[in-house]
Design a protein. Structure first.
Length: 231
């Protein structure tokens, strides 16, 4: 707390320095903010545990567009934001954290698969046991919300008000029959493709065109590595 107060006092002192030109004063404020941000970033990066996320950003493991999308909109509660940041920093009480940081456990292996260290990344997107059920459920719920929004935008009449109440149908057609929405359907191809099932297919019945949507739910550190799949 004392360091925060001292930093704030120092910044305030710099900002109130007399300056005859308003443009120059504004440039000085922006320069001070940028310098402070860079200084805090360096301190953040040096932290062994809590600096993991920012080091991964600078290491190009996370795309520039995928840095803080959910935190920058202001739609989340404070406790939700703090939990997300803790997850990004690998600071939740997993077996790995309890073993390496708290020193209260002797085994850091995942309690489900017993193969890898039980880190947040492993639980979210790498555990083979969780992937069989929980990962599929999460993927399908994301697709369901996307399907709901597409149906609303294309004029499909839905019998539910909220996306989480709706169970997507295999085929939905807009009023007037201009657009057809296909859910979890296989794509016929002229050569054998192992994964030929798209999550959502939008068919423009007037132009005879198709748009295929495939959703991937990956950990933050794998976002930039995930490439679009070609059918």
């Amino acid at each position: 707390m004392n360091s925060i107060i001292k930093t704030a006092a120092k910044i305030a002192e710099e900002l109130i320095q007399p300056n005859e030109k308003s443009d120059a004063k504004q440039d000085g404020i922006q320069h001070t903010k940028a310098r402070l941000g860079e200084s805090l970033k360096k301190k953040w990066k040096k932290r062994v545990m809590h600096g993991q996320y920012i080091r991964n950003i600078d290491g190009q493991l996370i795309s520039e567009e995928g840095k803080f999308p959910c935190l920058s909109k202001g739609d989340l509660k404070a406790e939700t934001e703090s939990e997300i940041v803790a997850e990004q920093d690998q600071a939740l009480k997993t077996k790995y954290y309890a073993t390496k940081i708290l020193d209260t456990e002797t085994d850091s292996k995942c309690r489900f698969c017993q193969k890898s260290d039980e880190k947040i990344d492993h639980i979210i997107s790498a555990c083979p046991i969780l992937a069989k059920e929980q990962d599929i459920k999460r993927h399908d719920r994301v697709c369901a919300q996307l399907h709901f929004n597409i149906c609303k935008e294309t004029g499909v009449k839905l019998d539910k008000k909220h996306w989480y109440e709706l169970v997507p149908k295999s085929i939905e057609t807009s009023q007037g029959g201009k657009v057809t929405i296909l859910w979890n359907q296989k794509v016929q191809t002229d050569r054998t493709i192992p994964n030929n099932k798209a999550d959502i297919i939008i068919r423009d019945n007037e132009k005879g065109k198709y748009m295929l949507t495939d959703v991937a739910i990956s950990g933050d550190r794998n976002v930039i590595k995930k490439k679009p799949r070609r059918f």
